[in-house]
Ligand binder design. Structure first.
Ligand code: CP
Length: 296
């Protein structure tokens, strides 16, 4: 695997292979196997989890990490994104992890450059490493990616996490439902089950994955009233009582009091901390596959 743009490009076998490699790592793993490799973090949108877990993952594998800061770069003098990464390539950088608000950025870059490109989120389109780390988290609980029901709840329309997760879970035998205000659904997923409110979703599911309302992508659209949204779609303490087996996921960042009731972060059926930990392990596995492909 030279690049990672989307879940669509991965076969079931490739996904299983990445998850298997990830499951064999732990957070204390340290190696200098790839000490001659250089990776740039090129984030044109904000990030905590994705950026820093890619940095930790790369360093665990011995890779040299360069943090590119767009606001301090010659991008501010008009240099293009392609020219910027071409410049880094000429300095010996092997891999770029790119987050950008424009859909298709990672794929476009791969057609212009020799370096490996990893998509760390392109607009509302894809966030493949997030779906892979979520799959690892689900696999740890259920053993296999099959025979359980998950509801993705919240702003589906603007969510690259939802899109990537639906694509990944649909390759396996997982029952995926959606729960959202009608205006935040995506017509492309009209074949999936729909729950009109989170109470029903919790009763009908094994897992609820809540999402943040992505105000920054709403443009002319009216942002939902947050207290009304929380009432109908927010995950609350009572939901852990309503279904004694229900598991809670969220890709983060969480808006507590809107997506999830405050105080649930450390509940034993809240998987958010596992998702964050698995973010490092999964990104180590993705990098391992890419670095093996391009050679030491
Ligand atoms: N889940 C996720 O992409 O989080 P960050 O925006 O913090 O990277």
């Amino acid at each position: 695997m030279k690049n990672l743009f989307s879940i669509e490009q991965l076969s079931k076998n490739e996904i299983n292979e990445i998850l298997q490699i990830a499951s064999e790592y732990d957070l204390n793993f340290v190696s200098d196997e790839f000490r001659h490799k250089k990776l740039v973090l090129a984030f044109f949108e904000t990030s905590t989890r994705t950026k820093l877990s890619f940095e930790i993952a790369a360093k665990n594998l011995g890779v040299q990490v360069i943090d590119f800061m767009p606001e301090l770069s010659s991008i501010q003098k008009g240099e293009s994104l392609v020219e910027t990464l071409r410049t880094l390539e000429a300095m010996g950088v092997d891999v770029a992890v790119v987050r950008h608000r424009e859909e298709g950025t990672a794929k476009m870059l791969s057609t212009q450059l020799d370096m490996s490109i990893l998509n760390a989120g392109d607009g509302v389109n894809q966030h493949p490493s997030q779906a892979l780390l979520d799959a690892l988290t689900l696999k740890e609980v259920f053993g296999e990616l099959e025979d359980f029901k998950i509801t993705i709840c919240g702003d589906i329309l603007h969510s690259r996490v939802a899109r990537s997760n639906i694509e990944l879970l649909s390759k396996f035998n997982v029952d995926v439902s959606l729960c959202a205000p009608k205006e935040l659904l995506d017509n492309n997923f009209s074949s999936l089950n729909y729950h009109d409110n989170i109470d029903i979703a919790v009763q009908e599911s094994d897992v609820v994955m809540c999402l943040r309302i992505q105000k920054e992508r709403m443009e002319q659209m009216e942002v939902p009233n947050t207290s009304e949204y929380f009432e109908k779609y927010g995950f609350k303490k009572k939901h852990f009582e309503m279904n004694k087996d229900i598991l809670l996921m969220h890709p983060g960042p969480v808006n507590y009091g809107v997506d999830i009731e405050n105080g649930l972060q450390n509940h034993d059926r809240c998987l958010i901390n596992s998702q964050v930990k698995n973010g490092v392990l999964t990104r180590m596995a993705i990098l391992k596959k890419i670095l093996n492909y391009i050679g030491k």
